[in-house]
Design a binder for this molecule. Structure first.
Ligand SMILES: Cc1cc2nc3c(=O)[nH]c(=O)nc-3n(C[C@H](O)[C@H](O)[C@H](O)COP(=O)(O)OP(=O)(O)OC[C@H]3O[C@@H](n4cnc5c(N)ncnc54)[C@H](O)[C@@H]3O)c2cc1C
Length: 298
């Protein structure tokens, strides 16, 4: 006899997926979680904007606590990558990872996003030491009094530079000459905020804990900074949903309704895969909304 389908399959066991599992577990739903184990939580040296941890907490420790929390309601992750998500004529979702297969009435896709990273030696150590940072919303506060470089093109690099000028002592936008394509009022805004612009292509960027950041430009100029923010973009890991026909923007960000349902009925999403404001609190909020919407439909 074939097993009845799960109430919900959660794909991705980072912040969003684990919160969804706690909610669904506490709703006494039949739920399974599949996770490849590459959460962006694992990169966070110390997060200081998650409530309940006034002194901050390392991303890895928070992730371990979240996994323990979900396990308290009977949900532990199957380790693996879901390679294929399909839907049968009966409306049941069918997911496969290697030889394993799950069938579920609903799916929450919580597969996160992947940062576009620059070519830098020692990136992992520099991230841990706060010499390289990815998330101005998360840790711009920590750059007070520091010399910050933002490496990014066009509007993205410009906005991140302007944002950081509210915290750091000096901000330099490494624009790779893309500032030339921006309207004059955007450049005037940067001048008002005292953001310096270093055009031209960096030839070599060296970052190391305790040594800061040295940028050598192709014309031979050298710049020294305390912190580098790459602002090269992010790719939302939404391929499983788009393969099923879900609508997404060019960078993979999924179109969702107020309950985080994608344009495919029954396929919900939560966390970085779904929005631009990539934050743990946002991921948790999404997961709570999506899990409750699914519970109410079962
Ligand atoms: C350096 C850094 C610092 C940050 N600092 C902060 C901070 O201080 N505060 C804050 O709020 N946020 C911070 N963030 C952002 C935060 O980490 C993310 O917003 C949060 O982890 C998003 O949760 P998520 O569940 O959407 O994605 P993730 O936590 O990234 O989890 C996604 C999971 O899905 C898995 N997965 C992907 N595809 C598949 C598949 N096909 N099958 C199975 N599993 C899959 C991945 O392996 C991963 O485990 C930071 C991020 C970085 C990189």
């Amino acid at each position: 006899m074939t097993e009845p389908p799960l109430d919900c399959l959660v794909i991705g066991g980072g912040a969003a997926g684990l919160v969804a599992c706690v909610y669904l577990g506490r709703f006494r739903r039949r739920v399974a979680l599949v996770d490849e184990g590459k959460s962006r939580l694992g990169w966070i040296p110390k997060t200081r904007n998650v409530m309940g941890f006034p002194d901050g907490i390392a991303g890895k420790d928070l992730w371990a606590r979240m996994r323990e929390h979900a396990a308290n309601y009977g949900v532990t992750a199957h380790v693996g990558r879901v390679e294929r998500l399909a839907r049968g004529a009966d409306g049941i979702f069918d997911a496969t990872s290697g030889k394993q297969r799950w069938r579920a009435r609903f799916v929450i896709l919580a597969t996160g996003a992947v940062d576009v990273v620059p070519e830098l030696g020692g990136l992992a150590e520099s991230l841990q030491a706060g010499v390289v940072r990815y998330c101005p919303v998360c840790d711009g506060y920590e750059t007070e009094g520091q010399r910050v470089a933002v490496l990014g093109r066009e509007v993205h690099g410009m906005r991140e530079s302007a944002f950081l000028s509210g915290f750091a002592n000096e901000v330099t936008w490494l624009s790779m000459d893309s500032h030339a394509s921006l309207p004059q009022d955007a450049l005037a805004h940067l001048r008002e905020r005292k953001v310096a612009i270093a055009g031209g292509d960096p030839r070599h960027i060296h970052c190391a804990p305790g040594q800061g950041v040295t940028v050598e430009m192709h014309d031979g100029k050298r710049h020294e900074f305390d912190v580098l923010y790459p602002a090269l973009g992010i790719t939302h890991a939404s391929e499983l949903a788009t393969a099923l026909g879900a609508r997404a923007q060019e960078d993979g960000q999924l179109e969702v309704d107020d309950h985080l349902q994608t344009t495919v009925d029954g396929l919900y999403t939560a966390g970085d895969v779904a929005v631009g404001l990539n934050q743990i609190n946002v991921a948790a909020g999404h997961a709570a909304i999506a899990a409750t919407a699914i519970h109410n439909r079962l």
